[in-house]
Design a protein around this ligand. Structure first.
Ligand SMILES: NC(=O)c1ccc[n+]([C@@H]2O[C@H](COP(=O)([O-])OP(=O)(O)OC[C@H]3O[C@@H](n4cnc5c(N)ncnc54)[C@H](OP(=O)(O)O)[C@@H]3O)[C@@H](O)[C@H]2O)c1
Length: 339
């Protein structure tokens, strides 16, 4: 079979190479998945450049997110059968309950092998059924970006509902899923982008208000204006140190900032946390989610007929072009690689 491998150079960098290798066989308790599609996340760029918190030290098959069909079941596996359409979880061993730091030891495409391969083996506990209304191509976008948005908006504190306002930063994978989930839950959604064209695409998904953060550097003031001075109940904070101050200024009384991303880097933010005090607001760190959350999210996606927004498709041989496109931030929603 063919697979990609990130070969680490020992200095934090690595090269992605395509190679032939032996097709694995599932051990007891595992399944063999014939991968049909993978999707990219910004985190995959971080892993490639040695910056991800969940990147391991050795060579690794990249990409956390993939879906396909079970080709073989290992001894003792009764829940799954050959031919089942499944997606793999980001954290291989986070099945349910609160997060434990040990789960970092098996974050796919980082500290353990990922899915940019024709076949992968997976413990039977680390896969979920593909929602019936989705193709495996669509389902390949769910394990990281969608589940992160779902965990934030529907699982961590209170579930977003009608009457709430959700602020999504940018139009990448996490934020577009957050937009879709929040709209389906009946919330008002404000989204920011550097591109008017992307904002108009967000309009097609039903977004209520848009802000071009390049044209309106003080986008936090716009958020206040658009909410009658109240601010947003939930902020999907994917920017990190460069956006946190404005997110703090945007949050409503009793609201929550979900700290998710590092698009502006890893420097310590130079911000006053006082708005948290004056707004009785919270910040919650979110790191993807469990398999149980994944199952609940899939039921919601099916119930609301939500389809992931796939902006670009690449072939397996062009996987590195998919990385380059992700880096260029041209996409709206998700980029996928068909295997
Ligand atoms: N904690 C977790 O579990 C978790 C899970 C998934 C992702 N993440 C993190 O969340 C972030 C987003 O991930 P992703 O995969 O959704 O990324 P992505 O698909 O690459 O999205 C990137 C988009 O974010 C927007 N953006 C970039 N800089 C921005 C800024 N300064 N202010 C506002 N928007 C900005 C841009 O949108 P426009 O082109 O519209 O301007 C860009 O296209 C990354 O840092 C990633 O590592 C964390």
């Amino acid at each position: 079979m063919k697979r990609f491998l990130l070969k680490r150079d020992g200095n934090g960098g690595c090269e992605a190479i395509a190679e032939e290798c032996k097709t694995p066989t599932p051990s007891a308790g595992e399944v063999l998945v014939k991968i049909e599609a993978c999707s990219l996340n910004y985190r995959d760029l971080l892993v490639k450049s040695g910056l991800s918190a969940s990147g391991g030290g050795g060579d690794v098959v990249p990409l956390s997110d993939g879906a396909g069909v079970i080709a073989q079941v290992g001894e003792g596996v009764t829940k799954w059968q050959e031919g089942d359409s499944v997606a793999l979880t980001f954290f291989r061993d986070w099945e349910d309950g609160p997060f434990e730091t040990r789960y970092h030891q098996a974050a796919r495409g980082g500290s353990c092998d990922g899915v940019l391969a024709e076949y992968v083996t997976a413990p039977a506990h680390s896969i979920v059924q593909v929602p019936k209304h989705l193709t495996t191509l669509e389902a390949s976008t769910l394990p990281c970006a969608a589940l992160t948005a779902w965990h934030a908006l529907m699982e961590r504190t209170r579930s977003v509902q009608k009457g709430d306002t959700v602020l999504c930063l940018g139009t990448g994978g996490v934020s577009v899923f957050a937009l879709q989930i929040a709209k389906a839950a009946g919330a008002k959604v404000i989204i920011t982008s550097s591109s008017d064209e992307k904002l108009s695409r967000a309009g097609e998904l039903g977004v209520d208000e848009t802000i071009n953060y390049r044209k309106h550097e003080a986008w936090d003031k716009q958020v206040r204006e658009l909410t009658g001075g109240c601010g947003a109940d939930y902020v999907i904070e994917v920017g990190g140190p460069g956006t946190l101050e404005r997110s703090l200024n945007s949050v409503a009384a009793g609201g929550v900032i979900y700290q998710i991303g590092v698009l502006t880097g890893f420097d310590p933010p130079q911000v006053s946390l006082f708005p948290l005090v004056t707004h009785n607001a919270d910040i919650n760190g979110i790191y993807v989610g469990s398999r149980a959350m994944f199952g609940r999210m899939n039921a919601f996606l099916s119930g609301h007929g939500i389809h992931p927004v796939i902006n670009e498709e690449y072939s397996f041989g062009d996987a590195l072009k998919a990385y380059a496109s992700m880096e260029a931030s041209r996409h709206f929603g998700k980029i996928v690689v068909k295997i």
